[in-house]
Design a protein around this ligand. Structure first.
Ligand SMILES: [Zn+2]
Length: 192
C-alpha cells in the first residue's frame, strides 16, 4: 500500500529501512486506497523487515520496568536545507552562522534542527539486561513532565539526571528497541 508523508514526517524516514507507522489516515486516490500521515502520526524505526510480504508479524506495545545501568547521550544538528538534511559536525556555538560542508549552504546555527539520542544499557525486572534507545521527542515529553526541559541543552547533566532515577516505566513496540514513552516510578519508601 502506498503512503504519502506530509510536511516534516518525510525527514523521519529513509529508503530501504523499516518503520512502524501508526495514526495514519486512509484516502481513496485514483481508485487506490492510500495512507497519509496526519498531525498525530507516530513513526519509529524497527528492525529491517527482509521481505515485507512474508514477514507480517503481530506488533504490540510492551510496557517494562527498567533501571538504567549505563547511558550515553549524543546530540547532532542537521542542515536546514531540506534537500540536504545532512548532519553538521563540530559546531562552534560561539558563531551565529555555519556553512554546511555537504551542500555548501551557510545558515543560522540557532535554526538548525537538533537530534538528541540516548543509548541505554538497562536491567529489566527479571534481572536480564538489554539495550534501548530514546529519541528527542520521547525525552522531551518526559522532561516536560519533570519541568526540566532545559536539560536537553546539556547532555552531560541529562545523563546524570537519568542515572539518578532508580526506576522507569517504559513503553516500546515488541519489535523495536526504541522507547516511545518513559516515566519515572516514584520511590515509595523514601526516608524522612
Ligand atoms: Zn547542507
Amino acid at each position: 500500500m502506498r503512503i504519502t508523508f506530509w510536511g516534516d514526517t518525510s525527514e523521519l524516514v529513509q529508503t530501504g529501512k523499516s518503520y512502524l507507522i501508526s495514526h495514519v489516515s486512509t484516502r481513496m486516490f485514483n481508485g487506490e486506497l492510500t495512507l497519509n500521515t496526519t498531525m498525530s502520526t507516530k513513526i519509529s524505526q524497527i528492525e529491517d523487515v527482509e521481505d515485507p510480504k512474508e514477514d507480517l508479524t503481530f506488533i504490540e506495545e510492551k510496557e517494562e520496568i527498567i533501571s538504567i545501568s549505563q547511558i550515553k547521550i549524543t546530540q547532532n544538528y542537521k542542515c536546514c536545507n531540506t534537500s540536504c538534511n545532512k548532519t553538521i559536525p563540530e559546531i562552534d556555538f560561539q558563531n551565529s552562522f555555519i556553512r554546511c560542508q555537504a551542500c555548501q549552504m551557510k545558515q543560522s546555527i540557532k535554526k538548525m534542527k537538533r537530534a538528541t539520542t540516548a543509548f541505554l544499557n538497562v536491567t529489566l525486572e527479571n534481572s536480564t539486561t538489554t539495550k534501548f534507545v530514546i529519541f528527542e521527542e520521547a525525552l522531551h515529553k518526559f522532561l516536560d513532565l519533570e519541568k526540566n526541559a532545559q536539560l536537553l541543552e546539556n547532555p552531560d547533566q541529562l545523563e546524570d539526571h537519568l542515572l539518578e532515577i532508580e526506576q522507569f516505566k517504559v513503553s516500546h513496540q515488541s519489535h523495536s528497541d526504541v522507547l516511545s514513552k518513559i516515566n519515572r516510578i516514584p520511590v515509595s519508601n523514601q526516608s524522612e
